[in-house]
Design a protein around this ligand. Structure first.
Ligand code: PLP
Length: 382
């Protein structure tokens, strides 16, 4: 008997694994690996502008808060410490213009990716339900719908074109990943009105809100958008981009108290606790705007340099008025662009990762050090 033959107890009568993975799309980043190898063969090394992962230091005050809370032997709570909840409420009022929030309107979550992926399941969605997300979008909205067994459908930021039947969840994402597009207050208000009229929960992923360049992003929690009540709407925010805390896994929800109360109950049973030192670090980060301004300055300089270099190299930039990305095209298939730039040692993300509508675009992230951005600029000009 070969050592690879399954023991009898596993081969006979064992239940087949549930085919959850079969519901999911191919993990797209695996397809980029050969191009990554090409770019890495450049004599001066790869400039990786494919993933939007922060590279600058975690602010000193955040690290200090983490260290100060390092002696945390007990379990943290899912709802978070009063200090963290107050920090979230304060930030939403100061930065988003939200009014009248209490701590029943906020809920810490362990990273917004995890939330996006599991929200439909936690809300009890399943076969027969539909989840709408932007046509060009962060892939995890579709993944989350599929994990729950619900059907993902796309919208063009005008949900009134959607058939509301079976629709349970409407995702908005402004500023958008991958395009950097910003929805106006009027567009957001129209989406809120549609969602309320059809009793569809509207969840607005606003994780790039502090990264507006040529537009001032507006939250769904702003009174001009929601009319001063949070019924049927939830905003998603993350500390990852704003405060270079992607490695900490800290995000939060704000909005409808009934929806968040229900989620709190479910998440308590599921044990989805933000670690206590991370809660302390996130609370410190939310109190401080100076480090955000400093980080914005870094990204603004990189954005200007990359934008000029791409334009000079024959690219057209669309949208990109906010977020951490330039949405660029040379009016050719995206994989041709990815291949040509990889030959120059620059790795970017193909637009079709974010939907078929992106097949002639690439997404260029601003998340590389100043030195690597200078190298990219030189290579684009070469
Ligand atoms: C639109 C969008 N939402 C959510 C996330 C996840 O961020 P995090 O899980 O770090 O909070 C990302 C990350 O790139 C994103 O682009």
């Amino acid at each position: 008997m070969s050592s690879e033959t399954a023991p009898a107890s596993l081969s006979a009568g064992a239940p087949a694994p549930s085919p959850v993975a079969e519901r999911l799309p191919v993990f797209p980043w695996d397809r980029l690996e050969p191009y990554k190898a090409t770019a890495a063969a450049h004599p001066d090394g790869i400039v990786d502008l494919s993933v939007g992962t922060p590279v600058d230091p975690v602010p000193a005050l955040v690290r200090q808060a983490l260290v100060d809370a390092a002696d945390s032997p007990g379990y943290p709570t899912v709802w978070g410490t009063p200090a963290y909840r107050e920090g979230i409420v304060g930030w939403c009022e100061r930065r988003l213009g939200a009014r009248g929030l209490t701590d029943r309107n906020v809920l810490p979550v362990v990273g917004s990716k995890e939330l996006v992926a599991w929200l439909p399941t936690q809300l009890g969605l399943g076969p027969g339900d539909r989840v709408a997300h932007p046509r060009l979008a962060y892939p995890t909205y579709e993944v989350g719908a599929r994990l729950s067994g619900a059907e993902p459908v796309v919208h063009d930021d005008r949900p009134d074109d959607l058939d509301p039947r079976g629709m349970r969840l409407l995702w908005l994402n402004s500023p958008s990943n991958p395009t950097g597009k910003v929805l106006s207050a009027a567009e957001l208000r129209a989406a809120v009105e549609w969602a309320r009229a059809h009793e569809v929960l509207l969840v607005s992923d606003e994780c790039y809100l502090e990264l507006g360049w040529e537009a001032e992003p507006v939250s769904v929690l702003h009174p001009d958008v929601c009319g001063g009540t949070y019924e049927g709407i939830v905003a998603v925010h993350s500390l990852s981009k704003r405060s270079n805390m992607a490695g900490y896994r800290a995000a939060f929800l704000a909005g409808d108290a009934d929806v968040l109360g229900e989620l709190l109950t479910i998440r308590k049973h599921g044990g989805m606790m933000t670690p206590a030192p991370v809660q302390a670090a996130a609370a410190a980060a939310l109190e401080d705007d100076a480090h955000v301004a400093e980080q914005r300055g870094r990204y603004a300089a990189r954005r200007t340099a990359l934008r000029e270099a791409l334009t000079a190299a024959g690219f057209r930039i669309e949208h990109s008025e906010a977020s951490l990305y330039l949405w660029a095209t040379r009016d050719e298939p995206c994989w041709d662009t990815v291949g040509a730039l990889a030959e120059r040692g620059v790795l970017v993300a193909p637009g079709d990762f974010y939907g078929a509508a992106g097949e002639r675009f690439v997404r260029v992230a601003l998340t590389a050090t100043d030195a690597r951005v200078r190298a990219a600029v030189a290579r684009l000009g070469g």
